[in-house]
Design a protein around this ligand. Structure first.
Ligand code: FAD
Length: 484
């Protein structure tokens, strides 16, 4: 697409300041970055700007502010809510952080690493491991998702049970604000009470308040041993009771993921090379990971065997297996990590990343699925994910044979409103870990209190008065105070 005169002038100015390597205008090179991972959103943009340093990001932001051109920050483009997809009208330029991919330092003694925004999560994992350390946050998109994207969405993943979300793992933030000024908060201060916490305002801001350029991250000692168990059981209530039972005996459980029999079947059907971990069939399953950092500690496999035995004996667990090798452990995790992909392959569906208080999640999963299926005949509702965090991905699949385009346009929004109303009635959140992006913008406005929306708008107006940062995300164009 042709850039507007203002965009042309900005592109020329960025090229003059930062060189040709910082500007991509070839439509073929831009195309892969215009769609979201789910294939639900398709944006347009005449250029990608790729600064390779914090100073270069500041130059881009200052010039964009001068020219009044909106920017969409982008890391790995794995957003589940269309957060990194540019607007369809082509009004914004993409700012890719992928050239800012240096790990500036790893300090095992301090347990800290400083990683630039474009560092891919899997690369950080490898670098930490090489130093005998570990960055514990992980998720299915670890081969593409970047540190900047993870911090900007306050990502969760599968180890939240023990380590919390990204917010708990970030010890400092360096960012460029919409006017081009640099906020240097990388120093990992344990105590810092200088008023409003700018770092934490930027974490989870989804690129609407500025661009993160580097982050100080907390590292933990590398794992010496781990064990992964797959357990078949009756229902989510039983699963949570099992987690509580295990937690009373050990503090080494760091993942506890629930998978319905139906979700497992979708994986086995759509993901090549996957096999059911148990010979027996169950309505629900949990994947449990236990770890030890001390090589002389009781082996996690023995620990899990010892702790699961009474649950099997009294029927709380119907069947269980512990991975006999690292390859088998990876195979169990592959099933878990492929759930979203399998759901995507199984036809039109609406996904809802939701949370309710942990204790009420089991009942919510069952009752909300029954309510959704009753309200939308022929649809199929199921949930999987982070039961121990009170966060599941609640999927409602369209009736078999439904026309995808029509279903998404007409039925899906009604399905989503129905599910979200149930979540709010249960005291929960319509976005547990994926953010708001463009997918949930209207729902956020519909379901939030006037106090929350007024505060969000005031913060946005204060830091981004021109409304140039990631327009139509989180608050949306109509919500931005001075959108162009
Ligand atoms: C298979 C799969 C599994 C997933 N599993 C999980 C999961 O378990 N838990 C979870 O929380 N998420 C999960 N996600 C969602 C996704 O991986 C996360 O949201 C991730 O944090 C996005 O990182 P990214 O680099 O791809 O960011 P992008 O998708 O590029 O961007 C995400 C948002 O952050 C903004 N942004 C990106 N970089 C910057 C920056 N440097 N400064 C300011 N803003 C920026 C973008 O504008 C956008 O709003 C999954 C995604 C996939 C595809």
């Amino acid at each position: 697409m042709q850039p507007s005169p203002r965009q042309t002038s900005l592109i020329d100015a960025v090229r003059a300041a930062l060189g040709d390597a910082a500007v991509t205008t070839d439509p073929g090179d831009i195309a892969p970055w215009l769609d979201d991972w789910r294939g639900r959103y398709h944006g347009r943009s005449p250029a990608i700007l790729s600064p390779d340093s914090t100073a270069a990001v500041a130059t881009v932001m200052r010039l964009a502010a001068e020219h009044g051109v909106p920017l969409v920050p982008q890391g790995g483009n794995t957003s589940m809510v269309g957060g990194a997809t540019p607007p369809v009208d082509g009004s914004a330029l993409i700012v890719s952080l992928r050239r800012m991919n240096r790990i500036r330092s790893i300090d095992p003694a301090a347990g800290l690493a400083v990683a630039e925004a474009g560092v891919i999560l899997a690369n950080l994992h490898a670098a930490a491991e090489a130093e005998g350390m570990r960055f514990p946050l992980t998720l299915g998109a670890r081969g593409s998702a970047t540190i900047g994207g993870l911090a900007s969405t306050n990502a969760g993943g599968t180890q939240v049970l023990r380590f919390g979300t990204m917010r708990g793992l970030v010890a400092g933030v360096e960012a460029v604000l919409p006017n081009g000024e640099i906020h240097d908060g990388l120093a990992a201060l344990k105590k810092d009470n200088r008023g409003y916490d700018l770092d934490h305002l930027l974490i989870g801001a989804e690129g609407t308040l500025g661009i993160l350029t580097a982050v100080t991250l907390r590292l933990y000692p590398a794992i010496a041993q781990r064990a992964v168990a797959w357990v078949g059981l009756a229902d989510p209530e039983t699963a949570l009771a099992l987690l509580r039972r295990l937690e009373r005996r050990t503090d080494t459980i760091e993942s506890f993921e629930i998978v319905s029999g139906d979700s497992l079947a979708q994986v086995l059907k759509h993901i090549p090379g996957t096999r059911a971990p148990l010979a027996t069939q169950h309505r629900w399953h949990v994947l449990i990971e236990a770890v030890a950092t001390d090589p002389t500690a009781e082996a996690p496999a023995e620990l899990l065997e010892r702790l699961l035995a009474p649950a099997l004996a009294d029927g709380q667990a119907a069947d269980a297996t512990i991975a006999a090798s690292e390859a088998q452990a990876e195979a169990f995790w592959r099933i878990r990590d492929s759930l979203s992909e399998a759901e995507r392959a199984s036809g039109p569906a609406m996904q809802h990343d939701i949370s309710v208080p942990v204790a009420t999640m089991p009942r919510f999963m069952i009752e909300a699925a029954a309510a959704a299926e009753a309200r939308f005949p022929g649809s199929h509702a199921t949930a999987f994910g982070h039961l121990g965090d009170g966060n599941v991905h609640f999927h409602v699949r369209a009736p078999a044979g439904a026309d995808a385009a029509r279903w998404y346009a007409e039925d899906a929004p009604i399905v989503t409103r129905f599910v979200h109303d149930l979540v709010v009635a249960a005291g929960g959140s319509i976005s547990a870990e994926h953010g708001i992006g463009q997918m949930k913008r209207a729902e956020l406005a519909r379901l939030s209190s006037p106090a929350r929306m007024a505060a969000l708008r005031a913060i946005k107006a204060g830091l981004d008065p021109q409304g140039l940062m990631n327009p139509d995300k989180l608050l949306g164009l109509a919500e931005n105070p001075a959108a162009p």
